[in-house]
Design a protein around this ligand. Structure first.
Ligand code: FAD
Length: 285
């Protein structure tokens, strides 16, 4: 069977590190199913404070071994310059070329903040230590980071990451595309004209998405929240509604000319594949 290349719109995929051997095997299968999308890169999250960092390295190595471009997320909260230097050396030795540089959030009561205060400090440090070796992604918050003093202060913090040497950004998930468009416009006005790739969260269950949104400061619009709640335990209706909402969002973003889409896969393939099928981003057999 011959295939034509997928997607005029570049895609990237995000995974979290599995905690068990069964989870590792399942994730390998999920990746195989998603590689049909020819992702630009696959990223793996990194636990601030340390608990899952070995799992991140294992999953990143597996992606590289599968011949795909990988990105490791890398949080600096609680880290020292020396520990970051060692990790960068490890990344280089693995052949990694892409990092998602973050501050991270320490679990409460974890201890001292470490030697890096903001993600922009980490970006500057990576550039100073490794020059242009890494493509550096940073986080962006169209609906404002929950700890920011004001939207303007958060935009300034984003611009500082771009000035420090970030190549591009991935957003927190959102369902309100106007917030994204305004963020990009205002960031550009501050001189931060790096590509800002929308982070897309598939909706597969209601309590999970509502809880997650509350914890990271993303807004689930009232009409979506009410609809999700009205479905109760009817998971088929939640899934059907979620597919419609998220596909429409992606379509709006694509029409507006976004540089790419980054999918928070939640280590599952079916919903992302269905959204991409509806967007005609799957390769034609
Ligand atoms: P920063 O950019 O440092 O911003 C954090 C806060 O500090 C913001 O409120 C900002 O306005 C403020 N700030 C920044 N610089 C300044 C300054 N100079 N002066 C004053 N205020 C400032 N977390 C994980 O633990 N692991 C992951 O793998 C992970 N991956 C993520 C991927 C994406 C795409 C996104 C969007 C988030 C991810 N997170 C992850 C969550 C992230 O770590 C948290 O949102 C964290 O609270 C902030 O990280 P940051 O890199 O955005 O920090």
């Amino acid at each position: 069977m011959t295939t034509t290349p997928a997607a005029s719109l570049p895609l990237s995929l995000e995974f979290f590190p599995p905690k068990t051997p069964e989870g590792t095997a399942r994730l390998a299968q999920v990746r195989r199913e998603l590689y049909v999308l020819e992702p630009q890169f696959c990223s793996v999250t990194y636990g601030a404070g340390g608990s899952t960092q070995d799992g991140t390295i294992g999953a990143v190595q597996a992606i590289l071994d599968e011949g795909r471009e990988a990105a490791s997320h890398f949080t600096c909260v609680g880290a020292t310059r020396e520990s970051v230097r060692e990790r960068l050396a490890q990344f280089k030795a693995m052949g990694l070329k892409r990092i998602v540089a973050l501050r991270g959030d320490l679990p409460s009561g974890f201890g001292p903040m470490g030697e890096f205060r903001h993600a922009s400090d980490l970006v500057s440090f990576i550039r100073a230590e490794t020059g242009d070796h890494f493509h550096i992604e940073v986080a962006a918050y169209p609906e404002m980071h929950p700890q920011a003093k004001s939207p303007q202060a958060d935009l300034q913090a984003f611009a500082a990451k771009a000035r420090a040497g970030a190549d591009s950004a991935i957003t927190q998930f959102f369902f309100n595309s106007d917030a994204y468009f305004r963020f990009v416009e205002e960031a550009q006005a501050l001189g931060a004209d790096i590509p800002v790739v929308p982070g897309i969260m598939p909706i597969t269950n209601s309590s999970g998405i509502l809880r997650f949104a509350d914890s990271c400061g993303a807004e689930v619009p009232r009409w979506i929240r009410l609809r999700l709640q009205s479905f109760g335990d009817d998971s088929a209706s939640i899934r059907a509604f979620g597919l419609d909402v998220v596909t429409d969002l992606c379509e709006q973003l694509r029409c507006a000319g976004v540089p790419a889409l980054h999918f928070y896969t939640m280590n599952a393939s079916a919903t992302v594949l269905e959204i991409c099928r509806r967007l005609e981003l799957l390769p034609k057999a």
